[in-house]
Design a protein around this ligand. Structure first.
Ligand code: SF4
Ligand code: SF4
Length: 471
């Protein structure tokens, strides 16, 4: 995020206020009705000039301006992207056309930031911004799950998900992002230190509890090492996994111990979630800097991210954009697949007889090209594996991407519109287990399974290793 916009925003008090103050202010000031999701302390006055000023600040980042210029000039309006979009294929509504959505931002860009737009206006697709346009953009940019399936097939190489993100960044700097993002990010950056507000003592208790659980379940003594200075790997997962995905973390700890990894968890910072990916460069940078600070504090050599897709993508792709560091970054599934390949981890697939399929999270698959390591782990751990169709770069989003899974107000949208293509895929697979490594995907898929009464159980990848590992 350009420093100017960040500072202006902080001066406005948007990120710095206590949530309790924000709630009071929201009650006092909020006049508009935002139907898609709740917003904490939204800007209500002078939205048009503030939007344009904020967009100008965001575009001071040259890469955004270059991309908008490029996409502005290359989009052929062929709408091939519509055939790829899981949402448009379900709703067939104009507002869900990828190019239509991108044109909302492009029209503003043309009007206020290009010479031709200033001179020729509507003749070159420029359009003066109106109040309704801002509301329409809020809804439209959050209906897009930023899955990038449309980008894979665009003949001109346009990435509509990236345009969505630029739009969300402008909206986010105006304090018009979902309340769940802003409140959780506030807690992570300025409050308790993580998005679930779990105090350090409770986190340490959870690690002890997981160690006991593994002992009870398997008879093995497995450690969750913590604050080990000089370890090879700092392991960090979304903090919500410690509450909601205990099996994934237990399977991960068992695997790392079986492989002989030299690893540690940091109790100074233990949340790999980075909501900045979905709405704010400022938050992206600040959360990454907290991660790097923990790695420097513990003098580790590498950073190992849990199974989560958005956490891995943010750390791998953005960390160099916002600051220099010395740490190679790996997803834990890349580590485990390599350990299996080299014979450091041995598995018995006979213990997992049911048919298992695998969901490619958008951020791990299309975002990072991590397609084979998770498959190689699952195939080594189970007797029967089937692919979802389509898969890999053509896989459909779970329907909760772009952070929408954390927004309770979007539940019906996710269950009845954004997730429908995924439901069709799961039904067609006939699998009894659906392995999904990303925390966001797992939450959405579990909700879809329950809502649509699908005969399948959603698990993480390392969950399958708990019984299959030969310790
Ligand atoms: S974004 Fe690509 S696929 Fe979509 S309308 Fe433009 S050129 Fe066609
Ligand atoms: S990124 Fe995904 S949800 Fe958004 S327009 Fe493209 S295909 Fe549709």
């Amino acid at each position: 995020m350009p420093q100017t916009a960040k500072n202006e925003n902080i001066e406005k008090g948007n990120m710095q206020k206590q949530p309790s103050e924000n709630v009071k202010n929201t009650e006092k000031k909020q006049k508009r009705n935002y139907p898609f999701f709740a917003i904490e302390n939204p800007i209500e006055e002078n939205r048009i000039p503030v939007f344009i000023k904020t967009m100008e600040a965001v575009l001071k980042d040259d890469k955004y301006r270059l991309l908008l210029d490029l996409y502005l000039n290359t989009c052929a309006s062929c709408n091939s992207c519509a055939d790829q979009c899981h949402l448009y294929q379900t709703t067939h509504e104009e507002k869900d056309l990828p190019a239509y959505r991108s044109n909302m931002l492009r029209a503003v860009y043309r009007k206020y930031f290009t010479t031709s737009g200033k001179l020729l206006g509507g003749f070159v697709g420029a359009k003066a911004l109106k109040e309704d346009d801002i509301d329409n953009m809020i809804e439209s940019f959050y209906r897009c799950t930023m899955c990038r399936r449309c980008a894979v097939e665009c003949p001109m190489g346009v990435d509509n998900a990236l345009i969505t993100r630029i739009g969300r960044c402008v909206i986010g700097e105006l304090n018009l992002a979902p309340k769940n993002f802003t409140v959780s990010s506030y807690q992570q950056l300025y409050g308790v230190g993580n998005t679930s507000s779990i105090p350090k003592e409770a986190f340490i208790d959870t690690l002890d509890f997981l160690q006991d659980e593994i002992k009870d379940m398997t008879g093995h003594s497995v450690e969750f090492p913590r604050d080990k200075v000089g370890a090879e790997y700092l392991f960090i997962a979304p903090v919500s996994d410690y509450i909601m995905e205990a099996d994934t973390l237990m399977g991960t700890a068992m695997t790392l111990q079986a492989a002989g990894a030299d690893w540690t968890i940091g109790t100074g910072y233990y949340d790999a979630i980075n909501y900045g990916l979905f709405y704010s460069d400022t938050v992206t940078a600040d959360a990454l800097n907290k991660l790097l600070a923990e790695a420097y504090r513990l003098k580790v050599k590498k950073i190992l991210i849990g199974e989560c897709g958005h956490a891995t993508k943010t750390a791998k792709l953005f960390v160099d954009v916002f600051g220099k560091h010395q740490f190679p970054i790996q997803n834990v599934m890349e580590y485990t697949a390599e350990a299996i390949k080299k014979g450091r981890v041995k598995l018995n697939p006979e213990v997992n007889q049911e048919t298992v399929t695998y969901h490619d999270p958008c951020n791990l698959g299309r975002g990072l090209g991590i397609y084979e390591p998770p498959r190689n782990i699952v195939k080594a751990a189970v007797k029967h594996f089937v692919e979802l169709q389509p898969n890999r770069e053509k896989n459909y989003c779970c329907g909760g991407g772009g952070g929408s899974v954390t927004v309770p107000d979007m539940y019906n949208f996710r269950m009845n519109l954004a997730g429908i293509k995924k439901v069709e895929q799961i039904k067609a697979s006939g699998a009894k287990y659906l392995a999904a490594p990303c925390a966001n995907c797992k939450k959405q898929l579990k909700e879809l399974v329950e809502y649509h009464k699908l005969p399948v159980t959603v698990v993480g990848v390392h969950d399958l290793l708990i019984r299959a590992l030969l310790m």
